[in-house]
Ligand binder design. Structure first.
Ligand code: FE2
Ligand code: FE2
Length: 166
């Protein structure tokens, strides 16, 4: 996927990935690394296919790769990471051949990914939200007791997307 490779190898993206890795090296809770971003991308794309939605694959991957990329700004300056991620995305996406409309769609999905609201629509934002939540393996997490996720939101079994948002 050419446009996704352009994001992945963009110097600002690589810098942010390295910063997050440094900040999170001793983190006990879920990390925000390329493994997480790809889990979210693949889950969201599977959901898209299973639901027969008309969202482009690389637009889904772009939103997933970028949704937490501003996390290090939250660590270093207290900026909510969805806002920092959008800011970084604005500096990366125009160089990666995404149209204005696609950029707006990706920006909206990133900004909304922490909002706890009705998530039953089939927009890119909701695909991203559900995949992000579903990507975490709470049932196998050593830090679960200390986690601030509400217990009823934790993934204590392996879910598929038909189990929620219906
Ligand atoms: Fe996030
Ligand atoms: Fe995330």
């Amino acid at each position: 996927m050419k446009r996704i490779d352009q994001i992945l190898f963009h110097p600002k993206y690589q810098y942010a990935l390295a910063q997050i890795k440094t900040w999170e090296q001793d983190r006990q809770f879920c990390r925000h690394d390329i493994g997480h971003f790809l889990d979210v991308a693949r889950l969201a794309y599977i959901h898209c296919l299973e639901r027969g939605l008309d969202v482009k694959k690389d637009v889904i991957y772009a939103a997933a790769l970028l949704h937490d990329i501003g996390r290090y700004r939250q660590y270093e300056a207290g900026i909510p990471h969805e806002e920092a991620s959008v800011h970084l995305a604005d500096g990366i996406l125009p160089a990666c051949s995404f149209s204005e409309e696609e950029q707006a769609q990706i920006r909206d999905a990133i900004l909304g990914h922490r909002r706890n609201e009705d998530r039953r629509t089939e927009s890119l934002a909701d695909l991203l939200y559900r995949a992000d939540k579903m990507s975490r393996n709470c049932f196998d997490c050593a830090a679960r007791e200390m986690c601030n996720w509400p217990e009823d939101k934790m993934n204590m079994v392996i879910r598929d997307h038909w189990g929620e948002g219906r």
